[in-house]
Design a protein around this ligand. Sequence first.
Ligand code: ASP
Length: 327
Amino acid sequence: MRFLTLIGALCVATTPSAYAQDKWTIVIHGGAGEMARGKTSPEQDQALRAGLNAALDAGAGVLAADGSALDAVEAAIKVLEDDPRFNAGRGAVFTWEGRNELDAAIMDGRTRAAGAVAGITRTRNPISLARAVMEKSPHVFLGGEGADRFSIEQGLPQVDPSWFAIPERRKQLERMKADKLSWYDVDLKFGTVGAVAIDADGNVAAATSTGGRTGKRWGRIGDAPVIGAGTYADNRACAVSATGAGEYFIRVGAAHEICARVRMKGETPKQAADAVMAEIGQLGGTGGVIVTGPGGAADWSFNTPGMSRGSASSTGERKVALYGDED
Ligand code: ASP
């Protein structure tokens, strides 16, 4: 019996390195939405591209120094969380009550270990709290006040909630209330951030961080921190991070569905991403996903006019794009 257990453990332990490769790749997004030429000012265009490039520098820097995919996605996300132009960390959208409540998730494709937080209010970098949940707690998903307390116990950098609040986002909430708009009208550039990577050892990881949707209430949680919906990583398939109308991504189990199609149907990550985005579109959902997997291809799929996105790899390829017609 003990012998069989040992064999079982060895099988599990060897599975993740089955795709060992020399090439690393990182893909990031800064939200899907109405990024159409003419709707984005030249200053916004430049600033978004600069933000994406800075995040790619951080993530690619980790991978180029032989770091892990997990460290790379966390490093990239932290840069985007600190950048007020994106709806994650500083610059997050406001709830109906005028607060910033942050969601984030991270997943390690080697072991399918995962950590997620929802509705947190004081941790400067929500993605690092998600990672602490994965590595330092016996749980996968912590919410609200308890998650904030866990963060303090873990010694993660805390900020006053006003750190996250920027005037432009507050105006979006005011406009939404005054004009009785839906979040689709005010969140033209949704702005959630995500990163997926594969390292030189063939391990994948995924991370997503967001403030959710302007005017969210009743403790609404989107797809970003829901493992399998907005975030998923599995060495046997791929790593996925999503952005868009979270309710649809939850209903479809989007990120897991993409990985499952790759693993069980033998589709490429791109084929699987396109198929799942088509399904989301049929249900009436909008948004996009980024994907990478064995072989190191950098892929994305979205059904909005644009999606802030970028990729870098060990072959020296680097791309940053905002609009749908840029590929
Ligand atoms: N997916 C996020 C949510 O529903 C929002 C976004 O990606 O813009 O909370």
